[in-house]
Design a protein around this ligand. Sequence first.
Ligand code: ATP
Ligand code: MG
Length: 183
Amino acid sequence: MKFNRLRLIGFKSFVEASDFIIAPGLTGVVGPNGCGKSNLVEALRWVMGENSYKNMRASGMDDVIFSGSGNRPARNAAEVGLHIDNSDRTAPAAFNDSDEIQVTRRIMREQGSQYRINGKEARAKDVQLLFADASTGARSPSMVGQGRIGELIQAKPQARRQLLEEAAGISGLYSRRHEAELR
Ligand code: ATP
Ligand code: MG
């Protein structure tokens, strides 16, 4: 799964709409302390379905909304958009009718957040499955956060197995089976 573009509006320190074109190959993000490098990575995790505000270094999910600084007032909404390259048409059937898939997540203060896939309202589950099938996603081993390596080394066998299953791309299948069993 290749990402083409990440778009942030009012997310954490990115108060103005900010577009990041992700070129093929390796992308590095450099800048002084506090300029928003980690916020960028968190935006990526958030749009892929992260639902723990603690993993966003926040004390509530509304904390991802720009909270004001200097003479700029706080915002009441934040949005992150991720454009995914689907020119090889490997997306799940439900979204596989275009060369690019656009996933957006928008949060309004005190109203929770909402996802869209290609402009159509989607459940968090749909978004999580879209990424799980491609062996990526908010909690996947393809997103290695600070301290995660040490965590993996010290993990109990059960937790380590879960990580390996995510890496092997079968955790999406488990979620689907679980959903099917509930029906
Ligand atoms: P370092 O190099 O130290 O890791 P960094 O580039 O990763 O720094 P971040 O942690 O991404 O920096 O950004 C921190 C900045 O984001 C802080 O200045 C903080 O005030 C700002 N910030 C975080 N959440 C919000 C918010 N909701 N509204 C406004 N600013 C925010
Ligand atoms: Mg950082």
